[in-house]
Design a protein around this ligand. Structure first.
Ligand code: ADP
Ligand code: ZN
Ligand code: ZN
Length: 665
């Protein structure tokens, strides 16, 4: 009887949805192999670093064709078993190649096969404030979370901005962090130095942060400190959900509705959803916090999957801001500002307070128009208008980042009569400095926070009171706490009413309330002014009169009637090529595969041009799969994708699969 050599199943960073089989060299001891260790293997003409996953007795490939492992790199598993399980589940759920998922979560040096360095020591913060006395709602929330310490439970901590959610997180993690690690996921780390500061001041366990702005070396250090268990608290952006925890005891997802938790390229996962998967696997509680929860999360509360914890009141002394619509129809406008708004700004400034103006459009003007013939500057790669960035001195395409010199005359009729139309934050700031020359302005948007330290500097100018007028994009809406801001103005609330995306109104409501939440955070009452051409829009009315819950309830009903998420489950296959026929051909073949599989319960729409049919010179097409049953959709994808990845027509296009797409654009 011949003894079968063991087959080793290896995950490799290549775009195929399977493991690769290798043989054990004669001089290797199989007992030294443990799942989660790295190996180096030959792959085609290359050497690749992969992860050893498991052994098998047989291979679908004839033994003679299999190659041998080159080297076993690690002597202890680089990745803990629970993380291997998580990545397997995540790869399955998103139908993404597991080797790519694993490679993605490794720090660069380790991905390249370098040895595991020693873990640098980590010190606990020294400062500590005493905790605040919780109000009854906060107490109830804290009690529910700590009571769930040893089992899986998803909590939705819903409370308006300033209701004391962060205080609940701080006390929950203090209660549960003894000998266990805590993961705090936040949308964008650079934007919330104040929140971070609060954790450093209040938490006694050693903290590390994990985010994309770190150097590879700092990231590696933090990663190792999580892996060794030295890091008690990990505060990070979406990729931190894949950190190599030793013994995770609690997960907190702050601003759980935030779109930045969804990765929009490559491995398109949703960090909140992966976090829930992870909590379930480890049998630990997870807290999703938001003032404006995602419709998915509210739906899960309604159907009993999540437990709702409400904080209906503002904590401390602050009261709710007063919201008011400004009807912009037939108004005399100067630079997009109504007379009413200008007057209010004047009053608040005269009282020595700060004001904030929100406009979700960067640059000076979104259109540069020829006044004599109607021509406007267009990005030739996207067929979209280019934004004039006056300060920087160029036209910029906000879709593909293409730049052009600002023309001095019309490209069509050669007349030198180009005029800016519409308003961006840069123009808004210019207008404000004309109206209020005595009050310094602080600008917060991507154009003004690019340089290192620039955002911190601006935030410091605001905190110390030097800057009196604050303007910016949605960056302004995120988590900042400026106690002296008493007036918040939304310059244009109307953009989302015309959007083709099914989540546009949900996002509009969330953003509006997040921005409004910046007003009156301390002992001074806040006012919110909203400029709109649709003051009677029923959803806007409901949002302002009845609040977010009612607004969300209406939207959920609409989603149900129109068969959209969370009542339907979607997967979007995108394909782009320089020639749209090529992209279409690929998607037609995919559609044929689906027909051949004779799949029921999944509806196929397309191939159709994407809502933005052209970007950066590529023609974009898409195929939408939808089902009323999640298992039916996944069953279909599980059979489909291994066939799609080997289609010849797929090699001529850039394609990707997006499960639970954030937008179908
Ligand atoms: P959120 O995270 O919901 O926006 P925070 O936790 O940041 O709310 O609380 C808002 C403000 O209220 C902070 O200044 C915080 O220190 C204060 N605060 C929170 N809880 C209490 C409490 N129980 N008593 C007094 N002040 C509180
Ligand atoms: Zn012209
Ligand atoms: Zn472009």
């Amino acid at each position: 009887m011949s003894i079968q050599p063991p087959i080793l199943k290896i995950a490799l960073p290549v775009p195929f949805r399977r493991y690769f089989d290798y043989l054990l060299p004669i001089h290797h001891d199989i007992n030294q192999y443990q799942p989660g260790m790295r190996v180096s293997v030959p792959f085609g003409r290359r050497q690749l670093t992969g992860i050893f996953m498991q052994t098998a007795a047989t291979s679908a490939v004839p033994i003679k064709k299999l190659k041998y492992i080159n080297e076993l790199i690690d002597s202890t598993p680089l990745l803990p078993a629970n993380l291997l399980t998580l990545t397997q589940q995540a790869a399955q759920y998103y139908h993404h190649p597991i080797g790519e998922v694993l490679a993605n979560l490794l720090p660069t040096a380790l991905r390249q096969g370098k040895p595991i360095p020693e873990t640098p020591p980590l010190h606990a913060p020294t400062k500590q404030l005493p905790p605040l006395t919780l109000n009854p709602d906060q107490q109830a929330a804290l009690a529910a979370i700590t009571a769930a310490r040893d089992f899986f439970q998803v909590f939705l901590l819903a409370g308006i901005t300033g209701s004391g959610k962060t205080e609940v997180y701080l006390q929950a993690l203090a209660a549960l962090a003894k000998n266990r690690q805590v993961l705090v996921l936040i949308p964008e780390i650079g934007l919330t130095p104040q929140t971070l500061q609060r954790f450093y001041e209040r938490v006694s366990a050693p903290i590390v942060t994990l985010h994309s702005g770190m150097t590879p070396k700092a990231r590696l250090t933090a990663w190792l400190q999580v892996r060794s268990g030295a890091a008690g608290i990990v505060i990070g952006t979406r990729s931190a959900v894949f950190a190599p925890f030793q013994n995770l005891g609690l997960i907190i997802v702050d601003e759980e509705h935030d779109p930045s938790f969804k990765q929009q390229e490559g491995f398109r996962y949703h960090a909140r959803d992966i976090a829930i998967l992870r909590a379930r696997q480890l049998a630990i509680p997870i807290v999703l916090g938001s003032a404006t929860p995602a419709l998915e999360s509210l739906h899960n509360v309604n159907n009993g999957r999540y437990q709702l914890l409400s904080l209906p009141q503002r904590a401390g002394v602050a009261s709710q801001p007063h919201c008011q619509l400004i009807d912009m129809r037939k108004q005399q406008l100067s630079d997009g500002l109504s007379a009413e708004l200008i007057q209010s700004l004047r009053q608040h400034l005269a009282r020595g307070e700060q004001v904030m103006l929100f406009l979700n459009r960067r640059g000076f003007a979104p259109v540069l128009l020829c006044h004599s013939c109607g021509w406007s500057a267009i990005c030739t790669r996207c067929d979209k208008r280019m934004t004039w960035h006056k300060r920087a001195g160029y036209l910029l395409c906000h879709h593909c980042t293409a730049r052009k010199k600002v023309p001095t005359a019309c490209a069509h009729c050669a007349t030198a009569s180009l005029i800016p139309v519409g308003m961006g934050t840069e123009k808004l700031a210019a207008a404000l400095s004309q109206y209020f020359p005595d009050f310094p302005i602080a600008q917060i948007d991507r154009d003004h926070t690019r340089k290192k330290g620039e955002l911190e500097q601006t935030l410091a100018r605001i905190t110390c009171g030097e800057a009196r007028i604050l303007t910016g994009t949605q960056m302004l809406a995120k988590g900042h706490h400026f106690p002296n801001v008493t007036l918040v103005a939304i310059i244009d609330a109307d953009g989302s009413f015309f959007s083709s995306d099914f989540r546009a109104l949900e996002r509009m409501g969330q953003l509006l309330l997040q921005v409004a939440g910046r007003a009156g955070r301390a002992d001074k009452a806040g006012t919110v002014l909203i400029q709109t051409h649709h003051p009677h829009h029923p959803l806007l009315q409901r949002l302002l009169q009845n609040g977010y819950d009612d607004f969300a309830h209406v939207l959920l009903n609409e989603r149900e009637q129109t068969c959209l998420p969370p009542y339907r489950f979607l997967a979007l296959l995108r394909a782009e090529a320089q020639n749209d026929v090529v992209a279409q051909h690929f998607l037609r073949e995919v559609k044929q595969l689906l027909h051949d599989l004779a799949i029921n319960d999944v509806e196929i729409l397309g191939p159709l041009p994407a809502p933005m049919p052209r970007r950066a010179g590529y023609q974009r097409m898409q195929l939408l799969l939808q089902s009323a049953q999640r298992p039916a959709l996944h069953h279909a994808l599980r059979q489909l994708m291994p066939q799609v990845e080997i289609l010849k027509s797929g090699q001529k296009v850039r394609w990707s699969l997006d499960v639970d797409p954030a937008e179908i654009a």
